[in-house]
Write a protein that binds this ligand. Structure first.
Ligand code: FE
Ligand code: FE
Ligand code: FE
Ligand code: ZN
Length: 213
């Protein structure tokens, strides 16, 4: 039980600290997601970012309920991790602005943010359960599931379209090289990509499935 004028310690203190951290992170994400949506050229990807921005509003409200249940004012604490993740996202948006791989880079940037959130909500949820704070645990778990859903959606988009479009962009570049008298090793690659739309090819890079080629 959190009483107002008493300093928390241990796991409760840690929970309060991390709730403030993620509250700040969600606010930054609420600003960043519409920018990522605007940068995306794939419709599905743009919609995924826009939908998740809407979801993020609800997540902020849920965190405000968490603060209330903990008897604390809703106040964020600077999270250098999310600032860094979003800064890298901005770098991708700049450096790949005119590149066919931009969307693949945006998926990766989005997934880095989602994975940070999943780690944070997962831990906080376990602590709240441990502390017997059932209402808090339920609120955090609801958001955790949304973050997992957002992450899975991005994997799906990467595997079905974005990575393939990025690679086709590469092939167009190579074609220009061929026209200009460059190498001629693109036939096997073109054949490989023809199969992809029907066989659900493994994603290259931008999905969260590490270790898969
Ligand atoms: Fe979130
Ligand atoms: Fe943080
Ligand atoms: Fe990095
Ligand atoms: Zn999220």
């Amino acid at each position: 039980m959190a009483t107002k004028n008493q300093e928390s310690t241990g796991l409760l203190k840690l929970l309060e600290d991390q709730v403030a951290d993620i509250y700040y992170a969600e606010k930054q994400l609420l600003k960043a997601l519409p920018k990522m949506a605007k940068a995306a050229s794939n419709d599905e990807l743009r919609t995924a970012f826009t939908d998740h921005a809407e979801e993020t509003k609800g997540q902020l409200e849920r965190l405000e309920q968490v603060f209330e249940a903990l008897g604390k004012p809703a106040k964020g604490k600077k999270c250098p991790a999310i600032d860094g993740i979003l800064e890298e996202g901005n770098e991708i948006m700049d450096e790949f602005a005119d590149d066919a791989a931009l969307d693949a880079g945006l998926v990766a940037a989005g997934q880095k943010a989602e994975h940070y959130e999943i780690a944070s909500y997962g831990s906080m949820c376990a602590w709240a359960e441990q502390l017997g704070l059932d209402e808090v645990a339920a609120l955090l778990n609801e958001t955790l599931e949304e973050e997992k859903g957002a992450d899975e959606k991005l994997t799906e988009i990467a595997e079905s379209v974005v990575n393939i479009e990025a690679e086709e962009g590469d092939e167009e570049d190579e074609e220009e090289l061929v026209d200009a008298g460059g190498g001629s090793s693109r036939n096997s690659k073109a054949n490989a990509s023809n199969n992809k739309s029907t066989t659900k090819a493994p994603a290259k890079g931008a999905s969260a499935k590490n270790g898969k080629r």
